[in-house]
Design a protein around this ligand. Structure first.
Ligand SMILES: Cc1ncc(COP(=O)(O)O)c(C=O)c1O
Length: 305
């Protein structure tokens, strides 16, 4: 990864190399930290963070679900995200806030644990590769089932949830694919290791309900962009064979942005290249994040006012 100069820790800017925690930090052992993934983009008005308020709100919601008592407020985390970007003189970057149970208490009970927060930011290019964004990626249905809603609490971005994602991602990579698609406990398509999924059938955009998937902020944005483009969109369960015979498919996420899918389990999706609906939504999304779309400028939080 590309290092930057400072990481925000509990309200202070700490040099990158000194941003360390004790090996007996509670969340390191039990996977109970909550985190966010946010992107900042270069725009004609300077660096702008995409949907910052929604991301910080989800961070606090995650903390609420896992009962981690966040030690800063919504406004303080928002300001800290902006400060990390400007202090590191970044134009475009990925921002990673994390709130975790700290050092001082062991055992599963968290009642007496202290809580710490940190925010790092660094330049992070296209998550699934330039070629993937342009021409589409190859995906595999994972042998790992996505969390049942009563096993892990999937509305929370809890670090422990991501063991399931890492297993699926590594299985897909080791089998020669770019990314994994995960089925829910009933066998319906749920989401990907770190992205939501959409298909297009007969001109209608379909994404699984976020019942057992993360309520993706890019997913929510995409549904609003589709409405603005006059594209009919539905939140509806679908099966792996409906995905195989879809006309188009793509995934959405902060890291992956909007990435077309050209193949699933060695079956070509549509024409095997990004389709018209995908291309239209992808182009509009890239205009929005780069500050070229007046209608959706409300989603940008400029770092310097
Ligand atoms: C499991 C999972 N699903 C979906 C997403 C996409 O969410 P967002 O668009 O808010 O980044 C992410 C990324 O945060 C994720 O980790």
């Amino acid at each position: 990864m590309e290092e930057t100069e400072f990481i925000w820790m509990n309200g202070k800017m700490v040099p990158w190399k000194d941003a360390k925690i004790h090996v007996l930090t509670h969340s390191l052992h039990y996977g109970t930290a909550v985190f966010e993934g946010i992107r900042c983009y270069d725009t004609p008005k300077g660096p702008a963070i995409f949907r910052l308020k929604d991301h910080v709100k989800r961070l606090l919601d995650s903390a609420h679900i896992v009962q981690v008592k966040a030690n800063f407020t919504q406004k303080e985390y928002e300001d800290a995200c902006k400060a990390v970007v400007s202090k590191n003189k970044l134009k475009e970057c990925y921002i990673r806030p994390i709130v975790y149970f700290g050092y001082g208490q062991m055992g599963l009970a968290t009642g007496k644990c202290g809580v710490d927060s940190a925010i790092a930011a660094w330049p992070w290019g296209v998550y699934l590769g330039e070629d993937g964004v342009k021409n589409g990626i190859r995906m595999k249905i994972s042998s790992y089932t996505r969390h049942h809603v009563n096993v892990m609490l999937t509305k929370s971005k809890t670090t422990g949830n991501y063991v399931n994602s890492t297993l699926a991602k590594m299985e897909a990579l080791n089998a020669g694919y770019d990314e994994a698609i995960m089925l829910d406990a009933q066998g319906y398509i749920s989401e990907c290791s770190g992205e939501n999924i959409f298909i297009v059938r007969d001109g209608v955009l379909i994404t699984p309900p976020a019942t057992n998937a993360l309520e993706g902020i890019t997913r929510k944005s995409m549904l609003e962009v589709a409405a603005a483009e006059g594209i009919e969109a539905r939140e509806e369960l679908f099966t792996r064979d409906q995905l195989y015979i879809s006309d188009e498919a793509f995934l959405t996420g902060t890291a992956a942005e909007v990435t077309p899918i050209r193949e699933v389990d060695n079956r070509t999706i549509g024409a095997g290249k990004p389709g018209q609906v995908t291309k239209k939504l992808q182009a509009r999304f890239y205009d929005i994040i780069h500050g070229k779309d007046k209608k959706f400028e409300k989603w940008l939080d400029y770092v310097e006012k």
